[in-house]
Design a protein around this ligand. Structure first.
Ligand SMILES: [Zn+2]
Length: 125
């Protein structure tokens, strides 16, 4: 009996294809290789999806950072947006090591400084 590596069904020794799922019957070593390849592919896909999410977060961090600065200048309340943009941008930068996201970090910290300065001026006046 040979076990199908794809679905686990027992097949006769003469079988060329699995009687249940139709997968080609291969030697144990070959099956091991195929399964390892599949696992690697799956890990790769997970990694790509993770990086995609990070990139999307990086894009959003820039929006927050820019919004923070704009709100700082118009209403003086951009600090929260700047902080979010700064933290998100920094996280994506650290994980992806892509300098694109340093803009979020830079603009976010700039917005933070402006925002805090504005609040400080508001308090002492
Ligand atoms: Zn099968």
């Amino acid at each position: 009996m040979i076990r199908c590596y794809n679905c686990g069904t027992e097949n006769t020794d003469e079988a060329k294809f699995c009687s249940l799922c139709g997968t080609k019957i291969v030697s144990e070593a070959e099956a091991q290789l195929i399964l390892e390849q599949r696992e690697k592919q799956k890990q790769e896909e997970i990694k790509l999806r993770y990086e995609d999410n990070l990139k999307r977060m990086g894009d959003r961090s820039l929006i927050f950072a820019v919004l923070g600065i704009i709100l700082d200048f118009i209403f003086g309340i951009g600090v929260i947006f700047s902080l979010i943009g700064f933290i998100m941008g920094l996280k994506v930068y650290i994980k992806l090591k892509s300098q694109n996201y340093l803009w979020s970090v830079f603009l976010g910290s700039l917005g933070l400084i402006f925002g805090v300065l504005y609040l400080f001026l508001l308090v002492i006046n």
